[in-house]
Design a protein around this ligand. Structure first.
Ligand code: AMP
Length: 424
């Protein structure tokens, strides 16, 4: 026997019945995107490495440590996308969408890749559903994106999720804050890990992302970004909070929440689940405003705000409810004897053509084994065909989940399946 080849570490197969939870979560997300008017985009899974270096930031863990980067045959440096916002902004600029409409609302679904340490809820290929709104600088747009996430979580019937909210300021006020951060961390530099020593030089905000307990301890006493906001950033942030209040959307201020990406300005947020099984992988989604990103990629000055949800984690939480999302056949067709197989398969094909999900065992076999299979399939009805049924074109339609069986002619079967009653 040849040696088995395993899947890549950190990259999961999603098979039935788990896939039904995924399909449910994706359907709910699609419906919420529809209600908010976020049209779907699909961008490639591979981009020029520079796209992420320039936007997510060289000193972030995502770009510095976690990206799957390789050279193609022509020697270009390409990367598997670690996130969806930079590709969306790239496509927005490349197609000059700002010339077509003043506001662009996009959504996306797809796999993202980060070479991370794995645990429950943290993988190397994971899936996100995201939304981006280009063209609006008003705080109401930030709140719309947050409202979208809250509506999605409600439709998934997920409870115990908290919205952490912060403002990261902008080019005007952040430099002063960074100076104060450097002063704070420099005074306790010896307590920081080697990585954070480098971060202190290059990008002190990133120290807040460090999972090292020593660094987290030093970060606890750091000055709050909210105390350094300039007047316009402060006004923006206050308006975001006022509008969240207006829509009765709960939030908790968290000045230490800086997001692990460099492109954010002003509003930043994260949705954190209380479920203990997720541990440190408790963020189910996050986002914020990125008013400088389009410009930094060579586009015009266009404000934007967006979010991304981790579908793997949402599916884990939804599957805790133990609810089944598996769809079931409308009908199981069984045969009494082998000679009925031909005519049965003709009938099965006919029912499928007019839209019913019909389960049928092409192997035939004993009626008992077929009926066992019918029960297991979860079908609503079973139809048992033998020579007599085929000549009279009538058969017993047996409800498999309670109810009285009834004898119906073949012509009546579609109506019976639609009404859910053996007699249509
Ligand atoms: P981020 O923009 O990095 O905060 O990612 C947005 C969301 O994607 C997070 O809140 C997580 O739910 C999810 N996510 C990020 N990284 C991973 C990962 N390695 N595995 C599974 N989900 C992830």
């Amino acid at each position: 026997m040849s040696q088995k080849i395993a899947g890549v570490k950190g990259m999961n197969d999603i098979l039935p019945p788990d896939i039904y939870v995924w399909q449910h979560v994706e359907a709910v997300a699609r419906d919420v995107f529809r209600r908010f008017g976020y049209a779907e985009i699909r961008t490639p899974m591979v981009e020029d490495t520079a796209l992420f270096v320039r936007t997510v930031g060289e000193s972030t863990d995502i770009v510095g440590k976690e990206m799957y980067t390789f050279e193609d045959k022509a020697g270009r440096s390409l990367s598997l996308r670690p996130e969806g916002t930079a590709p969306a902004a790239r496509a927005y600029i490349e197609h000059a969408v700002y010339n077509l409409e003043p506001i662009t609302r996009w959504s996306y679904f797809g796999p993202m890749f980060r070479y991370e340490r794995m645990k429950t809820g943290r993988y190397r290929q994971f899936f996100q559903a995201g939304a981006e709104a280009f063209g609006v600088s008003e705080p109401a747009q930030d709140v719309e994106v947050i409202d979208l996430v809250w509506q999605l979580l409600k439709d998934l019937e997920l409870e115990g999720v908290t919205l952490h909210l912060n403002s990261l300021g902008d080019d005007v006020c952040r430099p002063e804050y960074q100076k104060r951060l450097v002063a704070h961390f420099s005074a306790r530099a010896s307590e920081l890990c080697a990585d954070c020593q480098v971060r202190l030089q290059r990008n002190p905000l990133r120290i807040f992302d460090c999972k090292n307990p020593g660094c987290q301890e030093v970060a606890k006493g750091a000055p709050s970004v909210l105390e350094f906001l300039c007047a316009p950033c402060r006004a923006h942030f206050e308006e975001v909070q006022r509008k969240l209040g207006l829509l009765k959307l709960p939030y908790r201020l968290n000045p230490q929440m800086v997001r692990g990406l460099d492109y954010y300005t002003r509003t930043a947020f994260e949705f954190i689940a209380a479920d203990p099984s997720l541990g440190t992988a408790s963020a189910v989604g996050g986002g914020g405003r990125y008013d400088k990103l389009v410009r930094s990629l060579g586009g015009p000055e266009i404000p934007a705000v967006g979010m991304a949800l981790g579908l793997d984690r949402l599916c884990l939480l939804v599957s805790r409810s133990k609810k089944s999302f598996a769809p079931t056949p409308d009908l199981f067709v069984a045969t009494v004897e082998a000679s009925a197989q031909d005519e049965a398969s003709r009938l099965v094909s006919e029912f499928r053509r007019i839209g019913f999900w019909v389960d049928f065992d092409p192997r035939g076999g004993s009626l008992k084994s077929q009926m066992k299979r019918a029960d297991k399939s979860g079908a609503r009805f079973a139809l048992v065909l033998g020579a007599q049924e085929l000549s009279s074109r009538t058969a017993e339609l047996k409800p498999l989940r309670g109810g009285e069986p009834g004898r119906v002619s073949f012509d009546e079967i579609p109506a019976a399946l639609r009404s859910g009653q053996p007699k249509g």
